[in-house]
Design a binder for this molecule. Sequence first.
Ligand SMILES: Cc1cc2nc3c(=O)[nH]c(=O)nc-3n(C[C@H](O)[C@H](O)[C@H](O)COP(=O)(O)OP(=O)(O)OC[C@H]3O[C@@H](n4cnc5c(N)ncnc54)[C@H](O)[C@@H]3O)c2cc1C
Length: 557
Amino acid sequence: MGRRRFLLTAAATSTSAIAYGKLAGLASPDAQNIYAVANGSNAAAEVKDASSASYAKKITTDVVVVGSGAGGMTAAIRAKQRGVKNVLILEKRAEPGGNSLFAPIPKKRDEKTSKAQIFKAAMESTGWRGDPRVIGTMIDKSEEIADWLKGFAGEAAKGGVYDGKLVKILRDECDRLGIQIVCDTRAKKLLKNENNAVIAVVAEQRGEEIKVEATSTVLATGGFLGDPEYMKKYFPIYDDNFSTEINTEGLLYTADGIRMALETGAGDDGTISFAWGSNKMPFFKGDLKKFPVVSILTDNTRTPAIWVNNVGVRFTNEPEKNATNAIYRQPNKSCFIMIDTGTVEYMAGKLPGLVSLETLQQEIPALIDADQALVTDSVAAIAAWIGGKRHILQNHVDTYNKCCEKGFDDIFYRDVDMLVPLKKPPFYVFRSGLALRNTHGPLKISGMGSIVSKWDWPIPALMACGADIGGLHANLLIDGDESHSIEWTIASGLRAGENAAAYMNGNRPVQVFEFPKYTAKEVMAGHYKNTGELPAGTAMPPSGSQAPRSDSGTKYH
Ligand SMILES: Cc1cc2nc3c(=O)[nH]c(=O)nc-3n(C[C@H](O)[C@H](O)[C@H](O)COP(=O)(O)OP(=O)(O)OC[C@H]3O[C@@H](n4cnc5c(N)ncnc54)[C@H](O)[C@@H]3O)c2cc1C
């Protein structure tokens, strides 16, 4: 048996027990080419530690993707669509999908909103700290998503549908294209050649180290919600009590892709965001679909409820889309949602046939049993339940009611049509609070999906997408826009997949703006140096100094 055949057989045998999907694909005619790397391949390049390290198994492929969420699977499918023969996904969990299992299929973009409007809104949401080139590219790519998904999933790609459908259609497409998802395999380290190009991933599989050599590598490991070091670094008041105060809805990832990339010389973009779950009832572990009426009545954008903290203080303009962020400031990050019979009747008038006192009464006993809701005529009972002070709570309810009478909220300036008083007992109170979903950032990337150094120089053959990348979001986010995160995960996956494929085109110029005139072969051979160092003697402004101001006399406010 020739060496290639031997490796092929070994790879097929040893991964079969853990691969998701049809590993038989390895023995298909395509698989014959698993080692047939394109001209731009780095397979011939030296792996720095190859001589010292020994691996239980070596696999060679064209593109290796780390992480099988929507970002990783999108990148893999796109690379395959761009002509890459062999694409392999490594997944550390037993099942593919990651947090993308919770996300919806993105809807088709509203054509009435121009790219310029989306761009400005996106930049504004980051306080203009976001990377305009990355944001611009992702907006372009986002426009393709709906048609792209439809292209292989047809009507199953209906926008707005949850229940893991997005992951299912991406998994099905990976299957159809012969992209293997090798589960229970955790990537640990990236190997580079002397030209700084990433040429292999070292992973742990059932206690053994394996090496996956590839021409291009894409990182898509879903963020760092479960990594105390990163949480402390980026979340100013993260402390060891955090998890008792803030529920987490997302999978607790340990920043694997981020750490590997930083070790490899990636820049830290610094634009981090944390997504909160919506302020409904995150502490109730049951399925909210079983509580459709409570779900509406605790939705701050729909129902004129008031929120109080566990002292009894009303603390924000509740119906605002981003009001959830205000919970972060409250003692114990506490929030209770209060409505009364009058609010229910008001909503019943707006949504007849859906909301009524009867339907609410059918749902609420289970929430009371779980200590997630209270129904009472007494403000004192509410104060006792939330652990606050009766007179403080009474004062805040009275003040709010006076605003309703005046038709003007001179405290938080709530819109007039959301000023509905709380005067008709019984009161319905729901335990709410903050739930952290996932993180975004901080890997610095180019608009083409390449991971770049702090000098903005791309690290050849290394891409990233999804929640690991920075530049797109900043600050805290809530999920007011149902696709804000998944849309850019897929958009960045498309871009990363395209760029990964570009490295296979050895003798053609790489279709990426950062290498306008080099072929992949030249890039991999180090014609394009990735040091970012300035020529000796270059004058730099002293550290901390400001960029020179325009002398045009313009005044900035
Ligand atoms: C509860 C919840 C609800 C959400 N709802 C919405 C919503 O309504 N709308 C929206 O736009 N977004 C939503 N999001 C956010 C959305 O899910 C994320 O933006 C998206 O999943 C990010 O995709 P990803 O591919 O980057 O990461 P993920 O989908 O999380 O995938 C990362 C994958 O990488 C794997 N991995 C990690 N480390 C390694 C390693 N070392 N080796 C191999 N594999 C590794 C993980 O196991 C995982 O499978 C929600 C998130 C949560 C948690």
